[in-house]
Design a protein around this ligand. Structure first.
Ligand SMILES: Nc1ncnc2c1ncn2[C@@H]1O[C@H](COP(=O)(O)OP(=O)(O)OP(=O)(O)O)[C@@H](O)[C@H]1O
Ligand SMILES: [Mg+2]
Length: 243
C-alpha cells in the first residue's frame, strides 16, 4: 500500500521567501530591467551567499528584501510580514524589528564608544536606555567583543569594527541580516573570520537567525551553506556550497 503524505510546498522553517520580484529603473528615456523574475527562499539558520556580475542587481535585491526599496512586482514573506510593492514608508516596523544591515564599511560613529554605537541605534528604534545597554552587552558578547565595551572604533582593528557593526545589526531581536559585501574592505584572513562569525550566529540553534550576504569572493562564498547566482535579472543557480 502506498502512503501519500501532504508535503507542504514551503517548509515551516523558512525565514524568507521572495517570489516574482521585478524591478526596473528609468534612466532618461531608457528603461533598465534589473530584476526580471527573482525567487529566493532562505531557511531559518541558513547562511546564503549572493553572487553575480557587477550591475546584476544584487544590492537592488537586498534593498527590496530589506524594505528600503519598492519592487515593481512580486512579494516577500518574512516572519509575519508580507511586502514588496508597498511604499517603504509603511515598513518601519519591519526594518526596526526584523532586519539588520552590514555594509563594506562598518559605518560606526567614531566619537562614541562601541557600546554607545549600539545603544544609540537601539534607543532610536524605541528601546529605553537601560534596555538598550543590556541588549548591547548581549550583542557584543555574541560577537566576542564584550571585553572591549568601553573602546572607541579608532582603538579597534578593521575586523573588530566590522564585528561591532554586526553586533549593532543583530542587537534586539532581528532575525535576518543583510550584508552587502561585508568583507570588501578586509584582508582574506579577517574576511574569513567574519564569515565564521556569520556561521556561528546562523548555526547556533538557540538563535532564530539567517544571513543573506553579497560577496564577489568565491572562496568566502563557498563557506556559506548555499550560493545563489544572480544573472540577467534572475537567480540562475542555487546550489549547496562545498562547505
Ligand atoms: N536608483 C537607480 N536609478 C537608476 N539605475 C539604478 C539605480 N539603482 C541601481 N541602478 C542600476 O541597476 C543596476 C544594478 O545595480 P546594483 O547596484 O543592484 O548592482 P550590483 O549587482 O549590486 O553591482 P555591484 O556588484 O557593482 O555592487 C545597475 O545597472 C545600476 O546602474
Ligand atoms: Mg552592489
Amino acid at each position: 500500500m502506498s502512503v501519500t503524505t501532504n508535503t507542504p510546498l514551503f517548509s515551516t522553517n523558512n525565514m524568507l521567501f521572495a517570489s516574482g520580484i521585478k524591478k526596473s529603473f528609468k534612466v532618461g528615456r531608457n528603461k533598465l530591467d534589473v530584476l526580471k523574475d527573482v525567487e529566493i527562499n532562505i531557511k531559518n539558520g541558513e547562511l546564503v551567499a549572493l553572487m553575480g556580475p557587477s550591475g546584476s542587481g544584487k544590492s537592488t535585491l537586498l534593498n527590496i528584501v530589506g524594505g528600503l526599496l519598492k519592487a515593481d512586482d512580486g512579494y516577500i514573506e518574512l516572519s509575519d510580514y508580507r511586502y514588496g510593492i508597498d511604499n517603504p514608508i509603511h515598513l518601519n516596523e519591519l526594518r526596526r524589528e526584523r532586519i539588520g544591515w552590514i555594509f563594506q564599511n562598518s559605518n560606526l560613529l567614531q566619537h562614541l564608544s562601541i557600546e554607545d554605537n549600539i545603544t544609540l541605534a537601539l534607543t532610536i528604534s524605541g528601546c529605553s536606555l537601560k534596555e538598550a545597554q543590556k541588549k548591547s552587552l548581549v550583542a557584543l558578547e555574541r560577537v566576542g567583543l564584550s571585553e572591549r565595551i568601553g573602546f572607541y572604533p579608532g582603538q579597534l582593528s578593521g575586523g573588530q569594527n566590522q564585528r561591532v557593526a554586526i553586533a549593532r545589526a543583530i542587537s534586539g531581536n532581528r532575525t535576518l541580516l543583510l550584508a552587502d559585501e561585508p568583507t570588501g574592505n578586509l584582508d582574506t584572513n579577517t574576511g574569513e573570520e567574519i564569515i565564521k562569525l556569520f556561521q556561528e550566529l546562523c548555526h547556533d540553534s538557540s538563535n532564530n537567525f539567517s544571513v543573506l550576504m553579497v560577496t564577489h569572493d568565491p572562496v568566502l562564498a563557498s563557506k556559506a551553506d548555499r550560493i545563489l547566482l544572480l544573472k540577467d535579472g534572475r537567480v540562475v543557480k542555487s546550489e549547496q556550497s562545498g562547505n
